[in-house]
Design a protein around this ligand. Structure first.
Ligand code: GRF
Length: 210
């Protein structure tokens, strides 16, 4: 059953950010809220599948509620899925943001928050996306193909992998001497860290809360 979008125009737009790693995309969202680039929104909670994720430290440094829900702590995958769903429902999010989240989002969560989950992918979808294309693998494939331009994409999450409607894209030049690491860094700096806050601002403004 789809969760109703709460009509709380007086209250800030509630974000829940799902993370797995370093949290540089989470940091971009935190910075955009703190410097006013995103108005009338708050990160209600950061949830990681990985207790070692530095993203959790970033949240704590900014006084943002952070928790870890680990698949390995559940005997069945369905139990993990249910635990993640109820943790999300508890936060009554207006938007769920996957910021480097490496767990496949369970269908029960996709259905509960239909159209209100977005993801940042470090390529120009439909290139270099789908199963197996995550982290540095994306950039290794782009360099192996010899593309002259890559970039990042923000899309709505559906039941597929990187297949939902595209919201924003930004192209980034590929340089002759790029390594997967240098290309990843440039795409994060020049595309991801700009697109994700921009996409969130679009949602806040559309929901009439800005
Ligand atoms: C990076 O590879 C980024 O391109 C992708 O997720 C990974 C981790 O990003 N979106 P972050 O530093 O944890 O935000």
């Amino acid at each position: 059953m789809e969760q109703p979008v709460q009509n709380r125009s007086a209250e800030p737009f509630r974000l829940v950010v799902l993370v797995s790693g370093g949290g540089t995309n989470l940091q971009a969202i935190i910075d955009a809220i703190e410097d006013g680039a995103i108005q009338n929104a708050k990160i209600a909670c950061v949830i990681s599948n990985n207790p070692e994720a530095y993203a959790l430290e970033r949240a704590k440094k900014h006084g943002i509620k952070a928790c870890c829900i680990r698949p390995a702590d559940f005997s069945e995958r369905e139990a993990y899925d249910a635990a993640l769903l109820s943790a999300l429902q508890e936060e009554t999010p207006d938007l769920i943001v996957l910021a480097g989240f490496l767990v496949i989002v369970p269908k029960i969560i996709i259905h509960a928050f239909e159209g209100r989950i977005i993801n940042i992918h470090p390529s120009l979808i439909p290139s270099f996306c789908g199963k197996g294309y995550w982290g540095l693998h994306v950039h290794e494939a782009a360099l192996a193909r010899g593309v002259k331009v890559s970039g990042a994409t923000v899309h709505v999450v559906d039941e597929g992998t990187d297949t939902g409607p595209i919201l924003l894209q930004k192209a980034v030049e590929v340089r002759e001497d790029d390594t997967p690491e240098s290309l990843q860094r440039r795409i994060m700096e020049e595309a991801e860290w700009k697109l994700l806050p921009q996409a969130i601002r679009m949602f806040v403004e559309t929901e009439g809360k800005a």
